[in-house]
Design a protein around this ligand. Structure first.
Ligand code: SF4
Length: 214
């Protein structure tokens, strides 16, 4: 099976078995998603979803967050990983949104990456989820699952993996492909003990260390 065929078969399988795939972060507006994605670095979506209701009740708008201080924000997010840095990033992000973008979350990746706390991965998530752009955020799950499935080859960095993936995935499927790979990695193709006996892609997966124990 050549690379193009492999991508086609993997995509077809995901379309069959996971026709709907969306972020598990809870949000109502681009600003709220931005807050949730910043909090989600090295932290589970479940934990983030526990934190955001009170945080966003206290800081419902960009202006509210921009007018706060990292010390105050810290109190709402201290059960998350890296609360010191993240509280600085949240306030900095809101202030930059206000001063540079009129309080509106921009759609371009280069603009998003100018905001404090927003790296390429976060910018890609916002661009894809909010603006349905062909941006593919590569997190640890996407990185691992893509390599095991033979979609990426010898990719040493998330950026290298992203470049290989977007070369073969049709543009309009890139936003959902991100969620396919994350959800598959989170619930089936887990880091230590992939559940290959439950995997809908097992017959086309070339990973040599499949876990076939039930
Ligand atoms: S067969 Fe196993 S290693 Fe391959 S994608 Fe499925 S869970 Fe992951």
């Amino acid at each position: 099976m050549n690379r193009k065929e492999r991508f086609a078969r993997v995509i077809e399988r995901f379309q069959q078995h996971m026709p709907v795939a969306e972020t598990e972060l809870l949000y109502r507006t681009p600003y709220e998603l931005m807050v949730a994605v910043i909090l989600s670095a090295q932290c589970t979506d479940k934990r983030v979803n526990m934190i955001t209701p009170a945080l966003l009740h206290r800081f419902p708008t960009v202006s509210d967050m921009a007018g706060s201080t990292p010390q105050e924000v810290y109190e709402y997010i201290k059960s998350c990983s890296y609360p010191n840095n993240k509280s600085k990033h949240l306030v900095g992000m809101a202030r930059a949104l206000l001063s540079e973008f009129g309080g509106v979350v921009p759609s371009r990746i280069e603009e998003l990456m100018r905001l404090p706390g927003v790296g390429r991965k976060t910018a890609n998530v916002i661009a894809a989820v909010v603006f349905n752009q062909p941006a593919l955020a590569v997190d640890t799950h996407v990185f691992r699952v893509s390599a095991r499935l033979g979609l990426t080859r010898n990719a040493r960095t998330p950026l290298a993996a992203e470049r290989q993936l977007v070369q073969y995935i049709p543009e309009k499927l890139i936003p959902i492909a991100h969620h396919w790979l994350i959800l598959h990695g989170r619930y089936v193709c887990t880091s230590r003990k992939p559940q290959c006996h439950l995997c809908q892609l097992a017959d086309i997966c070339p990973y040599p260390d499949k876990n076939i124990q039930t």
